[in-house]
Design a binder for this molecule. Structure first.
Ligand code: FES
Length: 179
């Protein structure tokens, strides 16, 4: 690729190919794995006609709806859910938390593996103080790790502490998880 316009065309064409072929709730990397990089390369990199057609359909689609699903929330609705996270500091500082213990943050850190059938909770949707597993929609509290509603199971949690704007995970909880 030599120009920015060319790069935009390839990217938009790839996006359109995914939009047309992806299954409901299928992430782009999972779609790429299913379809195969060779097929994507064939259609986007090697077939100029196909690429141009994908690009044209992408541009056409943007004439009718170009809604950024996040902008409404970032600019007001549910704004409180989008606070910047601080960079983790030195772990030893967590041990000094006694004097700043009042600020446990509203979010928690939990293991990635869903206790139901091993779904990747990091791919789940976070809402309020809970996360929904992407495989079968079980909901887990980010504070207690317990499955909500009628479902049963618990995922390991790691308490986070906010000390002067930096987030810390207690070493003891990491050590316990490693045992
Ligand atoms: S694997 Fe998470 S709900 Fe089934």
């Amino acid at each position: 690729m030599r120009t920015e316009d060319e790069a935009v065309e390839y990217i938009a064409a790839l996006t359109q190919m995914y939009r047309e072929q992806g299954r409901y709730l299928e992430r782009i990397y999972k779609w790429a794995k299913r379809v195969g990089l060779d097929e994507i390369r064939t259609q986007i990199m090697n077939d100029a006609d196909k690429r141009t057609a994908y690009y044209a359909r992408f541009v056409e689609s943007q004439k009718y709806a170009q809604v950024d699903p996040w902008s409404e929330r970032v600019s007001g609705k549910d704004k409180h859910e989008f606070k910047p996270m601080a960079v983790l500091g030195q772990p030893q500082a967590a041990e000094q938390g006694g004097t700043h213990a009042q600020d446990f943050v509203a979010i928690g850190h939990i293991d990635d593996q869903c206790p139901h059938k091993g779904g990747p909770l990091s791919d789940g949707i976070v809402h309020g103080n809970a996360v929904t597993c992407p495989l079968h929609n079980w909901v887990f509290s980010l504070e207690s790790g317990k499955a909500q509603g009628a479902d049963e199971g618990t995922v390991r949690t790691y308490p986070l502490r906010n000390i002067d704007g930096s987030l810390f995970i207690a070493l003891s909880s990491l050590n316990a998880a490693a045992e």
